[in-house]
Ligand binder design. Structure first.
Ligand code: PLP
Length: 384
């Protein structure tokens, strides 16, 4: 089948796979064994990988904590900030369209540790309601968490503006950038964020590894994420998975060099699909924001056609989705983003998420358009 679900995950780039291979075989040493060459070689590889990942986001290597993925990074931000807090601040602001790996730990730790979570409303575009945000940012707020790019409709937030406002009030700022690494070259200094989560498998790297950027100024004030042998400067104990680290590093190196051409590809694919749907007289509505949006994402509502049924009918040829992978398998009406940007239950049930990647080409788009047109016409005939 042709893959159109790059926001759920991306395939491992063949160059990434090649770079990882030796660390499963001849270079299998423990990167924390410091008495022999196999250990030293693995340690060198991990150090280099951390430098590559740090360089992609303009951070220092010591500001990058390797984790198992964005979910772990997000969980840690809430646990660590709420536990380490020595001020009277007891409110955490999160956007109302966060991925569950942000909202679930936020509510969990807030209840456990005695904090209040307030969700920030968004406009129908998916952009944060700035007026409301400014009003809610007061001296009781400890931390703000707003995703950089939405995983369902692709809306890109103005992170520097949002983090600036938070810092004016002495508030910490975290962003979940899991979907943002394929959309722009991220500069954590320009963004002025305190924490940022991201993940290798969303950027042509392996599954099972991600990172949490922690600003140097905060490194010594946070409790460890995992207690044990003191690896990663005592912040997250446990033997690092050398092949995954190397793969993440290589993926970061490649994306830094190729992102501009990738973005042109995504834009072309998105435009071609929209034009194809118009040409085929399919009645659809594009969800999210018309300008600041991830070009690799297209969320469309085709009223009258249940998205789960469409995805299922087209499944032999295509991998499409109705909403984010974490909600999938149930039904698209579970989508919080679509609800929060104001779609009705009917519209949500008729919404497809199509995403484009490095491998997407015009031939594939034309085939998708053709099959979509066929599937949205068959039913019309049947009900006429
Ligand atoms: N945050 C967002 C916005 C995502 O889209 C995802 C992936 O589904 C995650 C977090 C979770 O990432 P991971 O699979 O690396 O835990």
């Amino acid at each position: 089948p042709i893959y159109f679900d790059y926001q759920a995950t991306t395939p491992v780039d063949p160059r990434v796979f090649e770079a990882m291979k030796p660390y499963y075989k001849e270079e299998f040493g423990n990167p924390h064994s410091d008495e022999h060459s196999l250990g030293w070689n693995a340690a060198k590889a991990v150090t280099r990988a951390k430098e590559q990942v740090a360089s992609l986001i303009n951070a220092l290597p010591e500001e990058v904590l390797f984790t198992s993925g964005a979910t772990e990074s997000n969980n840690h931000v809430f646990a660590a900030t709420m536990m380490a807090n020595k001020t009277d601040r007891r409110t955490i602001l999160i956007s109302s369209i966060e991925h569950k790996s942000v909202s679930e730990p936020a509510f969990f730790y807030a209840e456990l540790l005695g904090y209040k979570i307030v969700e920030l409303p968004v406009h129908p575009t998916g952009l944060i309601d700035m007026e409301c945000y400014k009003k809610l940012l007061d001296e009781d707020v400890l931390l703000v968490s707003i995703m950089a790019v939405n995983n369902e409709v692709g809306t890109v937030q103005d992170i520097p503006a949002l983090s600036n406002l938070a810092h004016e009030q002495g508030v910490l700022f975290h962003t979940d950038a899991a979907q943002a690494t394929t959309n722009q070259l991220i500069d954590v200094l320009a963004w002025d964020v305190d924490f940022m989560s991201f993940s290798a498998h969303k950027m042509y790297g392996p599954k099972g590894i991600g990172a949490l950027f922690i600003h140097t100024a905060l490194l010594s004030s946070l409790p460890p994420l995992l207690h044990g042998g003191g690896q990663q400067n005592g912040l997250r104990a446990g033997t690092l998975p050398t092949p995954l680290c190397v793969g993440f590093g290589e993926a970061a190196r490649i994306i830094a060099r190729e992102i501009e051409t990738d973005i042109i590809k995504y834009n072309n694919a998105r435009k071609a699909l929209i034009n194809g749907l118009i040409k085929n007289k399919i009645k659809f509505k594009v969800n999210g924001n018309s300008s600041n949006t991830h070009p690799g994402n297209l969320s469309i509502t085709i009223l009258g056609f249940n998205a789960s049924e469409l995805v299922n009918a087209m499944q032999p040829y295509f991998c499409l989705s109705t909403s984010s992978a974490c909600n999938s398998g149930t039904n698209s009406s579970n989508s919080t983003t679509l609800q929060r940007i104001g779609l009705s239950e009917d519209e949500i049930a008729c919404t497809l998420r199509i995403s484009f990647g490095k491998e997407t080409n015009i031939k594939q788009i034309n085939f998708l358009t053709k099959i979509l047109a066929r599937n949205t016409k068959i039913k019309k005939k049947a009900i006429q």
